[in-house]
Write a protein that binds this ligand. Structure first.
Ligand code: NA7
Length: 539
């Protein structure tokens, strides 16, 4: 078989894959991106559900590594919609002339480390074999969809869609009865649009979530120009703030304010919109009292907005706010005042099965013509675990991570037994707690510099040490244990799939602190790693 040889194979053509390719090519290495979809974009290629938007301000949802590139693009809205983000990523691919090195419609199925040659052998669903010194995963944190195994879904006579795998053509809901399962970001955004068309819309809700007001709006020419002129400040925010984005904060604990002042601050955020409910006070995610101030504010808002008392009560979230990703929506709670929008809590009335005319719950069937699964993703680890990755001595990633129950990485970037395999925004990095392009740029830059180091020194492999992984996992857990995150079952812990709590898979210490740690590791000649030169010359 014709084996294709590259310095690096990159999996995925989203933000991570595109930037990684650009960096490696600049370094003069041969690299190829393998992407399953028939276009670039990663999660933004697939998530085409109605109303799909990012929840970072779009002026921060861009690459900042090139001032020229940043300044060439103008975002239309405060929160960019999926089509606009997809357009942006296509613009990036063209501007940087990346397409010749991106191979679409090609899914990586297997990657095996070859001990002798000290390189990766990568197989695809197209029957091709690639060999490369470096294997870099840009598969993203949220790309393998979670469709809960409801019995009977094949018997349903109507239409069924998952928000993360939406058809390319518009789905028309006019005159239809639609059931939505799931009310995370995707469900909330979808419902706001579907409610405008559907004859009836019913949300089947397992857990009520906090939905802050987005206040999305078209950006004026002045706002666009202001973003361009603020380029340096935006880039600065990428790496010097916890979330890689400037959010509103008082810089003080909630306890520094009277109840009246707290309310004023929160009202200000509600009116100006966005994710700042989580950052307004410094201790929202760490202190139960501060957290209650903010969570009760949202519950009071729900009571103000939703007219039916029982519905308002059902919509009250009761976990610590921010311990699941805060959602932003546009008049989301208001839609429950419309006669054709219904809410069913699954708490005491769970889904039993899908039947031919709808969804059968414990207490009866909700009849419908369309079911929308807004049930999220096998977050953080799912996409890597789907690939058959085999490291040293036949050890698979599934074995190493015990099928996701015990994730072990060093900095979320590398793993013992998997030499020269780098993960961009992998588990145990700050990833989804940040503005993703910021986390991606930081990771790609770090990997690129690491590769420069290896190439300059003639090193064949780099590999995390077991002890460094243990220390890193402990650091992630210790930090998480100082916060309220572990109190909540969420996809931050993998508990959304089977309810089973796993290790905490996100570094919660902030992108700024994380970057400082990664930079220190590099400055100390990649401490915590082992190296090999060819002929097994261990350094
Ligand atoms: P999320 O945030 O994981 O939300 C998934 C939703 O689906 C959530 O409401 C879940 O309820 C619900 N769900 C999942 N499984 C079931 C079953 N079996 N029965 C009923 N309901 C279920 O995914 P999203 O796609 O909305 O958002 C992911 C990220 O993408 C988001 O943070 C943005 O960054 C973009 P639960 O809360 O688990 O009880």
């Amino acid at each position: 078989m014709n084996v294709k040889q590259y310095d690096a194979i990159i999996i995925g053509a989203g933000f991570a894959g595109l930037y990684m390719l650009h960096k490696l090519r600049e370094r003069g290495l041969s690299a190829r991106v393998l992407e399953a979809a028939d276009g670039v974009g990663g999660v933004w290629y697939w998530s085409r559900y109605p109303g799909a938007k990012c929840d970072s301000d779009s002026i921060y949802y861009s690459f900042t590594f090139s001032e020229e590139l940043y300044k060439k693009w103008r975002w239309k809205d405060r929160y960019a919609s999926q089509p606009e983000i997809l357009q942006y990523l296509n613009f990036v691919a063209d501007e940087l002339n990346l397409r010749p090195d991106i191979q679409l419609k090609t899914r990586v199925t297997k990657a095996k480390f070859q001990e002798e040659a000290k390189q990766w052998e990568i197989s695809t669903d197209q029957g091709e074999i690639f060999e490369a010194k470096y294997l870099i995963s840009g598969v993203g944190c949220l790309s393998t969809t979670n469709i809960p195994p409801f019995e009977g879904s094949e018997s349903f006579k109507g239409e069924q869609y998952h928000t993360g795998r939406w058809p390319h053509d518009k789905v028309d809901f006019t005159g239809k009865r639609v059931v939505v399962i799931g009310n995370g970001s995707s469900g909330v955004q979808t419902m706001q649009e579907v409610a405008k068309e559907a004859k009836e819309m019913t949300l089947l809700m397992r857990t009520p979530h906090y939905v802050a007001e987005a206040r999305n709006h078209p950006l004026s020419k002045e706002e666009q120009e202001q973003a361009i002129n603020n380029y340096k400040d935006i880039r600065e925010a990428f790496f010097n703030t916890p979330g890689g984005i400037r959010l509103y904060t008082t810089g003080k604990s909630a306890t520094a304010f009277s109840a009246k002042e707290q309310k004023e601050k929160l009202e200000h955020i509600w009116e100006t919109g966005g994710l700042s409910l989580g950052s307004v006070f410094t201790d929202v995610s760490a202190n139960k009292e501060a957290n209650f101030v903010v969570s009760q504010f949202v519950r009071d808002k729900i009571d103000e907005i939703v007219e039916d008392r029982d519905t308002a009560q059902l919509l009250h979230p009761n976990y610590y706010i921010t311990t699941k990703r805060l959602i932003i929506g546009t008049n989301f709670y208001e839609i429950f005042n419309e006669d054709h929008v219904h809410l069913v809590s699954l708490k005491d009335n769970p889904i039993e099965r899908i039947v031919e005319n709808g969804v059968q719950l414990k207490n009866g069937t909700v009849e419908c013509d369309v079911i929308i699964y807004a049930t999220g993703y096998e977050a953080m680890t799912g996409s890597l675990l789907k690939i058959d990755i085999e490291g040293r001595n036949g050890k698979t990633i599934q074995e190493k991570w015990e099928d996701g129950r015990n994730v072990k990485t060093y900095l979320g970037l590398m793993m013992e037994s998997f030499p020269n395999l780098f993960m961009i925004t992998g588990p145990q990095s700050p990833s989804v707690l940040t503005n993703m392009p910021a986390a991606i740029e930081q990771h790609v830059d770090w990997v690129d510099q690491c590769i420069e180091y290896l190439e300059e020194k003639g090193i064949q492999t780099i590999e995390a040490q077991k002890e460094s992984e243990l220390e890193w996992a402990k650091q992630c857990d210790d930090l998480a244990n100082q916060t309220l995150y572990p109190y909540t079952n969420s996809w931050y812990t993998g508990a959304n799939i089977d309810g089973e709590q796993r290790g905490f898979v996100i570094y919660v210490g902030g992108l700024n602190n994380y970057k400082a740690i990664c930079d220190q590791v590099a400055a100390n000649d990649y401490e915590g790693c082992t190296f090999e030169k060819l002929q097994s010359n261990v350094l």
